[in-house]
Design a protein around this ligand. Sequence first.
Ligand SMILES: Cc1cc2nc3c(=O)[nH]c(=O)nc-3n(C[C@H](O)[C@H](O)[C@H](O)COP(=O)(O)OP(=O)(O)OC[C@H]3O[C@@H](n4cnc5c(N)ncnc54)[C@H](O)[C@@H]3O)c2cc1C
Length: 376
Amino acid sequence: MENTSDVIIIGGGIIGCATGFYLVKKGLKVFLLEKDYLTAGSTGRCIGGIRQQFSTELSIKVAMESMKKFKIMDKEFEQDVEFHQGGYLFLAHSEEKKNTYLKLIELQKKMGLDVNYIGIDEIKKIVPGINPEGLLGGAHCPGDAQANPFLIVDGYAKRIRKNGAVFTNKEITGIEIQNGRVTSVKTQNNETYYAAIIINAAGSFVKEVSKLVGLDVPVSPERHEALITEPMERFFDMMIVDYRDDGCYFNQNFGKGSIIGCYTPKPNVPGHNLGTSFEFVKEMGRRTARLIPRLSSMKIIRQWSGSYEMTPDGNPILDKTDIQGFWIVGGMCGHGFMLAPEIGWLAAEYITEGKPPYNIDAFSLKRNFSHREVMK
Ligand SMILES: Cc1cc2nc3c(=O)[nH]c(=O)nc-3n(C[C@H](O)[C@H](O)[C@H](O)COP(=O)(O)OP(=O)(O)OC[C@H]3O[C@@H](n4cnc5c(N)ncnc54)[C@H](O)[C@@H]3O)c2cc1C
């Protein structure tokens, strides 16, 4: 039947597309249904950073495995994805931050990550013109990277189309259950698509889509604003992260050298509102120029906002549910781009083999959500 597949994926962001890619590789027929266009959600609004510096063994492992997959992507997709390993540098402006990073580096090194705490002299060499005021040092992982989310989603989607289809402008408004099992989805135009496995990869809308089957899944949207500047000569290579309360994070695009960055608003801005503010542009400019004074004359050409899809502990959810055939792959908490390759692979393995290839209990739906990820 032309409206029947093995798996239906709800959501055309990087998580849905990566999951579909690996399911197709395992021989399954996949329909991916997106309410808008591919990358319309958080994926098309992210700043393309890829890091492996996390605070729990599972997150570090997933990020390191993802990195391996990013490295071979251009060959696998037969197209460039603008992958570039320029590193990530987490700045420490307090003893507390320094000690946190030193402790995490021990764990990260134990897991085989090439990461070091570096002093101001070295930071000055890799970030020419950085303001050393109050700076104690930083956690530097030279193998961290950046890539282009649009090209990667395109690469995944092309593979899905080889054994299935990618539908856009199809909002899922209903999910049919018979005898405790999912059987089909309904779109806003009353079309029906059938599959025994339905994956909720709706990003910041995971909660709303889960409600269609009566489940309450703890994923809530938080607005994050971002901006990009005019191209400029490249003079640093890594994502610079300043986790002070009034800090920010930004890198310089490998292509044209534009600065692209954001900060985490305090207090958080909950909800699906994707408006933008002058306050953000002003503050982001101030915070960036405080770190690298020569950027005080940078010319901002665009600003936008998107959602972080937050869970209570800052870790993803990748799990089946009590409704047979209904899966959740979401709640990426602002790390979905960098984690997607491994998360997609893990989801495909779990779904097809009946168990995950390694222990991912920390991503389960029914976990105790009290152990918070620190590197966020
Ligand atoms: C400003 C900003 C900067 C970021 N920077 C980074 C970064 O540097 N590195 C990083 O790793 N992550 C970053 N992120 C986070 C990252 O973008 C997300 O974690 C990731 O894109 C989540 O992917 P997703 O596929 O789960 O969600 P999404 O990309 O949001 O995709 C979900 C899709 O589901 C669709 N959908 C929702 N409801 C329905 C429905 N009922 N029917 C059909 N379709 C539906 C939506 O339209 C959407 O396209 C950033 C996010 C923001 C906002």
